[in-house]
Design a protein around this ligand. Sequence first.
Ligand code: 5AD
Ligand code: SF4
Length: 448
Amino acid sequence: MEQRPGTELLKGSYYIETYGCQMNEHDSEKIAQLLEDQGLCPVDTAEMADVIVINTCAIREKPEHKVYSALGKLRALKKRKPDLISIVAGCVAQQQKQELLKRTDVLDCVLGTHAISELPALISRIRRERRRVCETEFRRDVTSLHMSAPRKGAGSVCSYVTIMQGCSNFCTYCVVPYTRGPEQSRQAYEIINEVQQLARSGVREITLLGQNVNAYGKDLKDGVRFPELLRQLSHIDGIARVRFTTSHPRDFHEDLAAAMRDVEAVCEHVHLPLQAGSDRILREMRRGYTYEEYLEKIRFLREMVPHVAVTTDIIVGFPGETREDFEATCQALQTIRFDQIFSFKYSVRPQTVAGSLNNHLSEDVKKLRLAMVHDIQSAITQQYHTDTVGSVEEVLIEGIRTATGQPFGRTRTGKIVNLEVSENVFIGDLIQAKIIKGLKHSLVGKKV
Ligand code: 5AD
Ligand code: SF4
């Protein structure tokens, strides 16, 4: 345990509920680490906790709704335990600020995205002064960017490492620049130190996190850019695999594909959000590339990194999306044949440029278009999985399924492989597995 200087130890237990993306999951890991360093112990249910943190996501409407229902449940808990401290952290906290405190009286603390490291001190203050607090200032140097934290739950072999935070792109549909602030890269030496520490503690796979990892280092003086960072990380003993997410197509160039080709540890998987296949919509979204330019990136990537898996994000029903625009997206899926996609109905976000447009599509049209995109992609993903049958893939064993006792892990391309229960493998093993079945969402393998 490493108590932070100038802070008092805390008594009791904590529980964290997390919504949203990998970035948020990792923020929850950092919050957990901070609270444990200050003396709080983790518990499995909200009912058992003295401190409850709801770490929220604001990227689409739906996850936001979950927060309000979670707050509803808090009321009953607070009644039973008046000293319970409830905290809303993450993007909804950042966005709504004081409004959240006004909306519900069961909340004690609103913790903005730049204030994570202040949480232990805030808890002490709330207990001492019995006052509700809201901490949502943006800082130039975000302390939590420099924090490392082991991954919870997913075994001890895989870990996230934040390399940058925030986003300065302002795509017209997206709330992230408003909730996480401008792009800020972490110094390369700090990242390398953290990865060395993780390697010493037995981590074998790291995932470098940032909203736009291809822009890494643009704001730093030392000149280390993302491809160079990958090369430097490859020299660290014990790290067998390096992944990264998310890439922005505009900043994705051949130098990164070259690093992927040359650096053994870097896995053959790129998540490259296309968003839409129509140039008109891409322009309206302010994505900074045309469909043809995107295709060119896929061309050189697939040429330079054989067997690379490419996944993407798609938004259907952006304001003013015509039938032709939508068909261009469907055509793009058929042409590019992504390994997997994450598709979303456009949802209005406060503060964004697209939110104030007046040509929004009906919920029914958006639903229909989303279902069509799902159908197209399901067939493609299934085909990829079927084609993998018979091949031998490297799998890093990440855990054992609680329900079935099956060991599982991922291929270098990020596909989930479940092994037979009888296989004699251990978490952290890097094995060769023959793929014997290709299912809808996963593969079944046998150790060779
Ligand atoms: N509506 C729907 N999807 C969105 N995304 C971001 N903002 C919105 C929005 N307002 C999607 C994008 C992004 C992913 C993380 O979430 O596809 O790449
Ligand atoms: Fe949002 Fe665009 Fe930044 Fe991604 S690149 S976080 S979509 S503004």
